[in-house]
Design a protein around this ligand. Structure first.
Ligand SMILES: Cc1cc2nc3c(=O)[nH]c(=O)nc-3n(C[C@H](O)[C@H](O)[C@H](O)COP(=O)(O)OP(=O)(O)OC[C@H]3O[C@@H](n4cnc5c(N)ncnc54)[C@H](O)[C@@H]3O)c2cc1C
Length: 416
């Protein structure tokens, strides 16, 4: 078969986009079917009245190997976070962080009451141990929960509750720290070696940049795929489309008949407020200590100004039964009482049900050999390795390379 082989990709999230990039690189012209009106999937920003509202607080770790490979970080005009956090706890706040990377954090870190001196020495020890590990070391290690891992490392309950729990709740989107220790080590290593950052124009700049690189790909937006039968797509609008190969960069169980649908998801709520005062700098993340038992997990000031006020993003991870209005009221109360933040106006609430895949066991990426579901159907998406932009990109790459290998091997077999 020639490079006219018809390949469909379902899903224009980061994974589908990277799959398309790889197919284009090898001379193919894929078609992407996307249920929504734009690229990006879970990486999404609304632009309203000159302000950028990301759907959920989400950061790019600049040391992600896939980010270095597929993104032009300079063009993303990244806003970098300092390697630390401001922690709000019992009527006080403390700035702690990695003094080896930001010397200004040295004294505040040493003298903060978020943990014992021994905890702080252990944080540096952990950093040095994890920094030395290869990806293989990390992803082949025996898995335990992150909480167990921290306890086994000898951290006190105090530092776990004040620092690790709020910090990693915001990343794992669960507050019991049951996430695999592999994911913990992976993220900890990347935080120790690189930065967390958000594009100045919002997180959506990431998929926008990927899609701008696609010159031979045909996009079908607002076109949900209802079912995939062999290589035929039944679209929700009643149309059928026939392909030679299909890459599903979304949840396959939702569209392939008789596949068990076992995927569960972690959720998060993201609220935005116009606020009068700035209690922390916009280059640092604010965390609520677990001891406060607040609904709010983390806060972050965007760089944008509204009528000389500030735009504050607030994440809520803890489960609750509150209505929208009750949630907004509770968050305003907590911001005022805990952080002394005066809210001028509520702006937005995003309830993101399927934010990160729940996974008992995580891997770094899906190897090419494991992407094939059926003769001509291949799988991609972050949920097949670990919920991250890195995994989404690498799994998209794997699926595309597996399809290419299959096509080209078929060609050789016919020729021989
Ligand atoms: C709130 C939040 C915070 C996060 N924080 C971080 C973070 O800090 N760092 C990090 O690395 N990662 C983070 N992530 C995870 C990261 O966003 C994901 O790993 C990544 O976006 C997954 O990309 P994907 O392409 O695999 O899946 P998705 O983005 O889910 O893309 C799937 C696409 O398929 C489409 N689709 C689904 N079904 C169909 C169908 N039947 N027909 C057509 N189209 C369909 C969907 O509309 C979607 O566009 C976060 C995610 C969220 C939501």
């Amino acid at each position: 078969m020639s490079k006219d082989t018809k390949i469909a990709i379902i899903g224009a999230g980061v994974s589908g986009l990277v799959a398309a990039m790889n197919l284009e690189k090898h001379g193919y012209k894929p078609s992407i079917y996307e249920a929504s009106d734009r690229v990006g999937g879970r990486v999404k920003t609304d632009y309203i009245d000159g302000l950028a509202y990301d759907h959920g607080f989400q950061v790019l770790l600049t040391e992600y190997p896939a980010a270095k490979k597929y993104l032009d970080l300079e063009l993303l005009d990244l806003v970098y976070f300092r390697p630390g956090s401001v922690i709000f706890y019992k009527n006080a706040k403390a700035i702690i962080g990695d003094p080896l990377r930001d010397k200004s954090l040295l004294f505040s870190t040493i003298f903060s009451k978020i943990g014992t001196l021994s905890d702080k020495i252990k944080i540096l020890k952990l950093r040095n141990e994890i920094k030395k590990k290869s990806l293989d070391d990390i992803f082949r290690a025996e898995e335990k929960t992150t909480l167990q891992y921290l306890k086994d490392f000898g951290f006190s309950d105090q530092v776990i509750e004040n620092f690790f729990q709020p910090f990693f709740t915001g990343i794992f989107l669960e507050n019991q720290l049951v996430t695999s220790s592999r994911k913990f080590e992976f993220v900890y290593q990347l935080f120790s070696t690189g930065s967390a950052a958000i594009p100045s124009k919002g997180i959506q700049a990431i998929p926008n940049q990927l899609s701008a690189k696609l010159k031979q790909t045909q996009f079908h937006f607002n076109t949900p795929v209802k079912q995939v039968n062999n290589t035929s797509l039944s679209l929700l609008n009643g149309d059928e489309a026939k392909f030679d190969y299909v890459i599903i960069a979304a949840e396959a169980a939702k569209i392939i008949p008789n596949l068990p649908d076992l995927q569960e998801w972690k959720s998060v709520e993201n609220l935005y407020f116009e606020v009068e005062n700035k209690v922390i700098d916009s280059t640092i993340i604010g965390l609520m200590s677990n001891q406060l038992k607040s609904l709010v997990n983390n806060i972050h000031y965007s760089n944008s100004l509204i009528n000389n006020h500030y735009l504050l993003s607030v994440s809520v991870v803890k489960a609750h039964e509150l209505s929208d209005q009750e949630l907004i009221n509770q968050v305003i109360k907590e911001l005022e009482h805990i952080a002394k933040i005066r809210v001028v106006e509520f702006k937005k609430l995003y309830r993101i049900k399927n934010a990160l895949p729940k996974m008992q066991s995580v891997s770094y990426m899906l190897p090419k050999s494991e992407t094939q579901l059926k003769e001509k159907i291949f799988l991609a998406g972050d949920h097949l390795a670990n919920g991250s932009l890195n995994a989404a990109m690498l799994n998209g790459e794997s699926a595309a390379l597996a399809v290419i290998e299959k096509i080209e091997k078929g060609r050789l077999d016919i020729g021989s």
